[in-house]
Design a protein around this ligand. Sequence first.
Ligand SMILES: *[C@@H]1O[C@H](CO)[C@@H](O)[C@H](O)[C@H]1NC(C)=O
Ligand SMILES: *[C@@H]1O[C@H](CO)[C@@H](O)[C@H](O)[C@H]1NC(C)=O
Ligand SMILES: *[C@@H]1O[C@H](CO)[C@@H](O)[C@H](O)[C@H]1NC(C)=O
Length: 297
Amino acid sequence: MASTQLLLLACLCLSASHAFTCRRFQSKSEVLVTVQDRWFTQRLDHFNGADTRVWEQRYYMNDSFSHSEGPVFLMIGGEGSANPGWMTQGTWITYAEKMGALCLLLEHRFYGKSHPTKDMCVENLRYLSSQQALADLAHFQTVMTEKLGLGNRKWIVFGGSYPGCLAAWYRIKYPHLAYAAIASSAPIHAVLNFSEYLDVVQASLSRNQSNCPGKIKIAFDTMLELLDYKENYLKISKDFYLCEVLVIRSKMDMAFLLDTIAEYIMDVVQYNNDNREFEVSLVLGVTWFNIKYIGGQ
Ligand SMILES: *[C@@H]1O[C@H](CO)[C@@H](O)[C@H](O)[C@H]1NC(C)=O
Ligand SMILES: *[C@@H]1O[C@H](CO)[C@@H](O)[C@H](O)[C@H]1NC(C)=O
Ligand SMILES: *[C@@H]1O[C@H](CO)[C@@H](O)[C@H](O)[C@H]1NC(C)=O
C-alpha cells in the first residue's frame, strides 16, 4: 500500500469526528432490515466500587450465522449513534457467515440511545472516557458470556477509527477476554495540529492537470480577504447558507468556519468509493440524523 494511502487511513477518524458528510445517494441493493434494540444494564463508574449507579446501554445482535463452535464477533461502537446497518452488512458479516460467528455491537456510552446520565453537563461528562468505554465492553462481554453460555467461544473485537483504537486497547488491556482485535484505521498515535492530513488531500486532488489545489487556494484566499470586513458577512452567510448571519467573536470562531468549509473538500477525498453506501441506505428508514452526520457527530 502506498504511504499516502496509509496516511489517509490513519487520518480517517480525525476528520470523521467532526465531519458534516451529507451523502444522499442510495445503495444499489437497498435492503431495509429491522434490527431490534436490546438493552444491557451497565455500571456508571467502573472505577469506584462505592458507586453502584447503573444505566441501560443499547446493543444489537445478529445470531443468524452463530454456530456453537464459532467465535463471537463484538463490534465496538463510538463516534456516533450505533448504526443498525452494520448488523446485516459489511465485511465482518461475510466473515461471520463463513466462520459461524455470533455478531454483537455495543453502542458507546453517551452516543445514540445510550445515555448513562440524564444530561451532558460538564460534571457528567467525567464518565465519558475511553477507559470507561473499555470497561463497559469487558463487563458486557463477561455478563453476556454467562447469560448466553458463550464460555467456550473465542471473542474477536472489531472497530474502525476511534473504536479501532478501542479494539486495540481492549486486546492489550484484557488479553484474557479478546482472542484477537481488528483495529481498522485506528489512529492510536495522537498528533497535535495534524496538517499532514491536508497533504494527503492535496496530493489526491493533484492527480491530474486541472490544478484543483491551486483553485481551492484562490478560493480560500478570497474568502480570507472577504472575512477581513464585517460588511461582507451577510453575503458570506447567504453564499454558504448559514443558519444565522455570521458573527466572529474569536479566532476559534474563524477556525470553525474555515474548517467547516474545508471539510467538504476533505470529505470528497476521504469518503469517495469507501464502500460504505449501505450505511446510508439502511438508516434511511431509521433516522435522518444518521445520514447527515454519518461517521460521527
Ligand atoms: C443477519 O444478517 C444477515 C445477512 O445480512 C441477514 O440476512 C439476517 O436477517 C440477519 N439476522 C438478524 C437476526 O438480524
Ligand atoms: C500547524 O502546522 C502548520 C504546518 O506545519 C503550521 O504552518 C502552523 O503554524 C501550525 N499551527 C499551529 C497552531 O501550531
Ligand atoms: C481529472 O481526473 C478525473 C478522474 O480521472 C477525470 O474525471 C477528470 O475529467 C480529470 N480532469 C481533467 C481536467 O483532466
